[in-house]
Design a protein around this ligand. Sequence first.
Ligand SMILES: C[S@@+](CC[C@H](N)C(=O)[O-])C[C@H]1O[C@@H](n2cnc3c(N)ncnc32)[C@H](O)[C@@H]1O
Length: 305
Amino acid sequence: MATTRDLLGAGMERLRAAPPAAGIETPRLDAELLLAHAIGVDRTAVVAHPEAPVGPGAEATYLAWIDRRAAGEPVAYLRGLKEFHGIVLTVDPRALIPRPETERVVDLALAEVMRRLTSGPSAMLGPTVRVLDVGTGSGAIPVALAVALRGRRVPPEDVATLAVDVSPDALDLARENAVAHGVGDRVRFLAADLLPPLTEGPWDVIAANLPYVRSDAMAHLPAPTTYEPALALDGGPDGLTVIDRLLERLPTVLAEGGVAFLEIGADQGTAVVEHAAARLPGWSCRVEVDLAGLPRVACIERGTA
Ligand SMILES: C[S@@+](CC[C@H](N)C(=O)[O-])C[C@H]1O[C@@H](n2cnc3c(N)ncnc32)[C@H](O)[C@@H]1O
């Protein structure tokens, strides 16, 4: 019977031999994650027990996944899950695989919600902070936010969160993730093109990770990304078409004193500040950078009248 060492070695060899177009940057990690998932254990168990025998069923599953990974399929879709902001989300081709950079959006929104609950205008007017997530995909942002708020003992009724997406498939997955994490009572989901009906708002905090890949770059995406829905990625000719639509409509949906956190591409910091200035005179727009110093989140604030 093959051991974990045998299978990891064979898997890494296969992945290292895959063409560059397959986009395999971490063959060892990928093989470890897939073998662990096939066996039904944590990755550390696979690494810690190289002599452990692996049953023929798990071996066959693992080797089939290695083949699919070598063809470019993302590890997250093969495993059907992705770690995000300290939780594990179900993922599949109905929605984009949540990225680590989006955790910054969650952190910023969480800090803003907590500030409002404890010292902001909402604390004076009543406890409810209204949060909108636009383009929710797998539900990564609102589910992670709701789990974090529950962890801080914020009662469900203190934060009203609505998450929208134009894709019914993505919304189904997002609902599944909310239920799986026990926050179905904290997040509502709605199908909408960009924004929900005006009767739903306005919103104190808006989070959005909308498509921002330039259309002409779509044909050159790494292979794993081509497994994800184009609707989640294609941001039009300059990558900012969908974000611009949201900027234009922010005055109708963002409450006085409200703030919007919009994830952007690493090369879009200057452009998004210019686009916001042109569409939102008198508002402020600053850009948060990531650990590499790259622009990642546009923070747009509406002053109070
Ligand atoms: C980049 S993905 C982000 C998904 C999720 N927020 C995340 O961070 O993992 C963008 C999402 O926006 C949705 N979307 C694209 N155009 C939209 C529109 N006009 N209105 C609402 N959602 C839209 C897509 O279906 C997709 O789920």
